[in-house]
Design a protein around this ligand. Structure first.
Ligand code: FE
Ligand code: FE
Length: 262
């Protein structure tokens, strides 16, 4: 079964054909908030952005506001307080992800997925440092605030590891979906924060947050690629017993087309 639930599915061709850096530029706008004019059709940009370089957060800011003026952050307005609150949320979330990724890498069956989790662990260490830089640009102390969303997904990961058999592709398929839930949470948060920073003319913060947003989007696309290359197909044929107690290895043509795959 194709992994239709992956929001980034449409991007996989680009992932196959391009280097990481060009891939980034081609795909980066597909999962994020657009400018005011893009908002009426937030996904429209993903297919029309063929190879053209997406402007950096500060370039966009300059275009939209007609100025490179650097706004000052007082932390007093409702929007500034909300911005800070969301920074604290994602700062907490990134640290939780740092704790979880080694467990996910250890639990994964395939080397490909293990390596993807290990690589993202290193990226996540950078995400934490970048957030600390963002706090610094705002003259704020880096502080985390408990993120219930990431706590919930972390519990899902524990359940997956507990409930799937070690060494199976089903475990990898499930871990990928959990990891993509994390990435989508991060993409939503960083995408929103970049746009708020642009609105408040906080160029330095916008650029730092945008760098992390691109890496989260790339990771999401890579996970889709790994799932669809092989893991989902192999997982489909695992487990299940027929009436004689033998493992069920029915060929595709024997399966009722109407029946669900999971
Ligand atoms: Fe991250
Ligand atoms: Fe991430």
């Amino acid at each position: 079964m194709k992994q239709t639930s992956n929001a980034t599915k449409g991007r996989k061709t680009a992932v196959n054909k391009n280097s990481a850096s060009s891939k980034t530029q081609q795909n980066r706008t597909s999962s994020r908030q657009g400018s005011a004019s893009e908002k009426s059709s937030p996904r429209a940009n993903s297919s029309s952005n063929n190879g053209s370089r997406t402007p950096s957060a500060s370039q966009k800011n300059s275009n939209q506001q007609g100025s490179n003026h650097q706004g000052s952050f007082q932390g007093e307005s409702h929007l500034e307080k909300f911005f800070l609150d969301q920074l604290q949320d994602i700062y907490y979330a990134e640290q939780k992800i740092l704790q979880n990724l080694p467990k996910m890498a250890e639990a994964a069956t395939t080397n490909e997925l293990k390596e993807a989790f290990e690589d993202h662990l290193h990226q996540t260490q950078r995400h934490v440092k970048r957030l600390e830089q963002v706090f610094k640009t705002l003259n704020q102390k880096p502080e985390g605030k408990k993120c219930e969303a990431i706590e919930g997904i972390a519990r899902e990961v524990e359940n997956i590891i507990g409930e799937t058999e070690e060494g199976t592709m089903t475990r990898d398929a499930a871990l990928i979906i959990a990891a993509q839930k994390v990435e989508h949470y991060e993409i939503a948060t960083y995408g929103g924060l970049v746009q708020l920073a642009i609105t408040m003319q906080l160029h330095d913060a916008a650029d730092l947050l945008d760098k992390t947003l691109v890496e989260e989007e790339d990771t999401d696309a890579l996970l889709t690629e790994i799932a669809e290359n092989d893991i989902n197909l192999q997982a489909e044929h695992e487990g299940g017993q027929n009436e004689s107690g033998e493992e069920n290895n029915q060929e595709d043509e024997d399966v009722d087309e109407e029946s669900p795959n999971l």
